[in-house]
Design a protein around this ligand. Structure first.
Ligand SMILES: [Fe+2]
Length: 445
């Protein structure tokens, strides 16, 4: 059985680790960008069964681009090496450490700034049962909040790591059916657990019924009522207020913030359904950008769609995490047609296809795009504020762009305030970077 996530175009893994120095640059790299752009994705090394291989599985490979003083000093790609299963989903910086992350049972693997050395880092045992790919860092306290889970245990473990990397709070919250909990929401005062209908229990039922289950044992669960668990930041299991959520599934939360009336707002990328027809990737229904207004006092969630475009990989200015934001940046999602109104027959090969960079102004409802050119599509963007920025979009968008015409990648820098302008700079990489998951700009300290 063929499997597009192993074989098709830029989904296919690369076979080698690559090193290159003094990368060619078109345009001018801002001299303020001193640090590393790091991204990660799955890169199976062989021995996987195409019939059951899920896109989310496979050894992680980190792709790093070092920028300094207006130059692109190096590009390196390295497999994440770990005897406990290699994280493949996100790479972040916390407490002076670079951490590769994955959910559902594996602790982070720390990687040195030159990408040479790797070692499991579990916060002195606090993360030994696993972590998450999407922790949220409060920009004021520097604390890292995480909803962690392991489907073998019937709970979500909420962990708060201090700015020093030490675990300072843990709460175990009972959750039935073993839901996939990929992301969470953090506001200034609260956290939200996403308990949505993709579960380990449903995968087990499918298996017993003789239906295909991938090597990622989570599938759509129409017996699992979607709900949100709202609790105080740093709160306990007894303080969780469960509220029924709109139908569908959310991998990613753009951002969330408190409202004066006690409700909270969370902007999410919501799918109607995933992992039912296609159990090897999230291609069943297209993603839509929804604003959820969650009112714990009334026990209600109001949903409104806030973009005409299909988007994924939502990113906000990290300094506004948990605070009211205006802008979101996304990879446009084109596999079902870029606009919600596009009437495009779904490609029978399906897949999860990105396209242009998309900026949504949630105050005006305006969407602007940056098209990278024929055969060129962006992966997840990162917003990097300009030092002493004067507005929320005063900064740059960095993303790895795949160029199918030459089968190589570039790190492209855009002016976040003016997406219609030509790129500020394009760093030409010597190889392609497979479509993976998440990346971040890690500035030098
Ligand atoms: Fe993710």
């Amino acid at each position: 059985m063929e499997n597009r996530y192993l074989e098709a175009g830029n989904y296919a893994p690369v076979s080698e680790e690559v090193s290159a120095t003094d990368l060619p640059v078109t345009g001018e790299l801002p001299r303020e960008l001193n640090g590393r752009y790091l991204r990660i994705g799955p890169n199976p090394r062989g021995g996987v069964d195409p019939a059951t291989h899920h896109w989310f599985r496979g050894a992680g490979m980190v792709h790093g681009i070092r920028l300094r003083d207006g130059r692109a000093e190096w590009y390196r790609s390295r497999f994440v090496e770990s005897d406990q299963g290699a994280p493949n989903t996100n790479i972040v910086s916390h407490a002076g450490r670079l951490l590769t992350l994955i959910e559902a049972g594996k602790p982070p693997v720390e990687i040195s700034p030159d990408l040479a050395r790797m070692a499991v880092w579990d916060a002195e045992g606090a993360l030994s049962r696993g972590f998450t790919a999407h922790p949220k860092v409060d920009p004021v306290t520097g604390e890292m909040h995480a909803m962690t889970y392991n489907p073998r245990f019937g709970e979500v473990r909420y962990v708060v790591l201090g700015a020093d990397g030490r675990a300072k709070h843990t709460a175990d919250i009972e959750v039935p059916d073993g839901p996939m909990v990929h992301d969470m929401a953090l506001t200034e005062s609260r956290v939200v657990i996403l308990d949505l209908p993709v579960t380990f229990a449903a995968a087990k039922r499918r298996m017993r019924a003789g239906l295909l289950v991938s090597d990622l044992p989570f599938t759509w669960d129409d017996q699992h009522t979607p709900r949100l668990g709202v609790m105080p930041a740093g709160g306990t299991a007894g303080q969780v207020r469960w509220i029924e959520a709109p139908a569908g599934f959310v991998f990613h939360v753009l951002n969330a913030f408190d409202n004066a009336d006690g409700s909270l707002t969370m902007d999410v990328v919501r799918y109607g359904q995933v992992f039912t027809h296609d159990v090897r990737g999230p291609s069943d229904t297209p993603p839509e950008l929804a604003r959820w207004t969650v009112d714990p006092a009334r026990g209600t969630v109001k949903e409104e769609l806030i973009s005409d475009y299909r988007v994924e990989f939502p990113r906000v200015d990290p300094a506004l995490t948990g605070r009211r934001h205006r802008y979101g940046w996304f990879a446009g999602f084109s596999a079902h047609g870029l606009k919600i109104t596009d009437d495009v027959d779904r490609d029978p090969a399906g897949g999860f296809g990105t396209g242009p960079l998309i900026k949504v102004d949630t105050e005006t409802g305006t969407t602007t795009l940056h098209e990278y050119g024929e055969g060129r599509v962006t992966m997840e963007p990162a917003f990097v504020p300009r030092p002493a920025a004067t507005s929320e979009d005063d900064g740059w968008i960095l993303s790895v762009v795949h160029d199918a015409t030459v089968n190589r990648a570039e790190l492209v820098v855009l002016d976040a305030a003016d997406l219609t302008a030509a790129p500020v700079a394009r760093v030409h990489l010597p190889t392609r970077v497979p479509f993976g998951f998440h990346g971040n700009w890690i500035a030098d300290l």
